[in-house]
Design a protein around this ligand. Sequence first.
Ligand SMILES: *[C@@H]1O[C@H](CO)[C@@H](O)[C@H](O)[C@H]1NC(C)=O
Ligand SMILES: *[C@@H]1O[C@H](CO)[C@@H](O)[C@H](O)[C@H]1NC(C)=O
Length: 180
Amino acid sequence: MFTLSTLKNSLLALSCLPLISLPAIATSPPSPALTFLYTAYVECDGNLMRSEGPYGTRMTIPIVGGNFTGPHLSGTILNVGADWGVVDPQTKIFSADTRYNLRTNDGEGIFIRTSGPTSPSGPLHLRLIFETGSRKYYWLNHIIAIGTLTPVKLTATGSTLRIDAWNMASDWNSTSVIFD
Ligand SMILES: *[C@@H]1O[C@H](CO)[C@@H](O)[C@H](O)[C@H]1NC(C)=O
Ligand SMILES: *[C@@H]1O[C@H](CO)[C@@H](O)[C@H](O)[C@H]1NC(C)=O
């Protein structure tokens, strides 16, 4: 229930936020810096299914393996997951829509979701969302990550895709996440 004390608490919470002064003229603020997260090679099998549905042509492209290497996390991509990407019926632009699992070299499990369209210049632009219970990699739950995806190998039965990923440099990181 919304009470006066809820309101007071919300105002109190707001007042704890650092104040951002408004610029007198509309200048463009500095772009946020990115920090390199990893480069991944994702192995995909051929298109298992292709279905004309209400949102366009839905693909099912199994993700069967691969690896990722970065300054703070490296490991393998497990043979479980897929890209259920869709082709926009109006523009014919393909957008990825994946779910798969990573296992770090030190044995921790990470669930990842990625999505995003083919860009006008060719590579797909991705948003990457991580989920893990690992204390060591818990900071991944709190980062805002983006990536570019380019195919590096296409065969009759599958493909290898390269994903370069970054996250916002001011995100929570492995040294800034603190548990109670
Ligand atoms: C990752 O996979 C790529 C493509 O298969 C391969 O060239 C590369 O050597 C692998 N890297 C590691 C660290 O295993
Ligand atoms: C992690 O975040 C802390 C606190 O914001 C910062 O001082 C540190 O430089 C960051 N480390 C890395 C590796 O980005």
